[in-house]
Design a protein around this ligand. Structure first.
Ligand code: PEP
Length: 249
């Protein structure tokens, strides 16, 4: 049985104090979401403090990114090993904001994948098409290429550790959500594409939906057979919304 997962991407939001409060509130209410793996991804600066607040709960900690190099003279970067040292067990990679604003390419992402996996960090690997790509009907090709240029390079064993997030770029932070049908169609396509490469292991891979998911639309999205949960941006900053989404299976 595939895991049900709801992960909160806090992005560059919350002061350290707000982050601690939010983490403590999520930890406190995590008992309401039986059978769902909750993950929070605060900014780097909050990881250690949030790890402290999550102690004793089942809520897991993730980073939002990691350096593409192992260590050394890379001013301003944070390595996979440093992230693992905070107690985080997950790392979001390939978010469209990283691809778009920081020029992350598939080559960069391949390095980050390798570094994360070497530190036993589970990648939450994001793929998704832009609006013009969907409108021109190129969305399946775009996502297939994103997968084949990156995850296809993993060993079967490393692939089996990876979580995927389908995040149509046109739905992120826009208030526009993919319809449940659009989400299911793409999730099934992703699973089929992965199945062709990795066989049965793809049947165990969690594929999360991300893009303006909220308590009002989560149930319809999560009720699809290939949608195993959500990567949540804006709504993860409010504990009520985050928990309500996690109760939407
Ligand atoms: C995200 O950035 O991963 C995301 C899904 O954002 P939002 O929920 O705000 O659209």
């Amino acid at each position: 049985m595939r895991k049900k997962i709801v992960a909160g991407n806090w992005k560059m939001n919350t002061s350290a104090e707000q982050g601690e409060e939010l983490a403590a509130a999520v930890a406190e209410r995590s008992g309401e979401t039986d059978g769902v793996l909750l993950i929070v991804a605060p900014p780097f600066t909050h990881l250690t403090k949030v790890a402290d607040k999550l102690k004793g709960s089942a809520v897991q900690l993730s980073a939002q990114n990691c350096a593409s190099e192992k260590s050394g003279a890379y001013t301003g970067e944070v390595s996979a090993a440093m992230i693992a040292g905070t107690g985080a067990k997950y790392c979001i990679l390939g978010h469209s904001e990283r691809r778009e604003y920081y020029g992350e390419t598939d080559a960069t992402l391949n390095r980050k994948l390798t570094l994360c996996l070497a530190e036993s960090l589970t990648p939450i690997f994001c793929v998704g098409e832009k609006l013009n790509e969907r409108e021109s009907g190129a969305h399946f090709d775009v996502v297939r290429t994103q997968l084949s240029n990156t995850l296809f390079n993993l060993s079967d064993e490393d692939f089996a550790k990876t979580i995927i997030a389908y995040e149509p770029v046109w739905a992120i932070g826009t208030g526009k959500t993919a319809s449940p049908e659009q989400a299911q169609e793409m999730h099934a396509f992703i699973r089929k594409t992965l199945f062709e490469k990795f066989g049965d292991k793809a049947l165990e891979t969690a594929i999360l939906y991300g893009g303006s998911c909220n308590p009002g639309n989560a149930r319809a999205l999560f009720s699809n057979s290939d949608v195993d949960g959500g990567l949540i941006g804006g709504a993860s900053l409010k504990v009520d919304d985050f928990i309500a989404i996690a109760k939407s299976f």
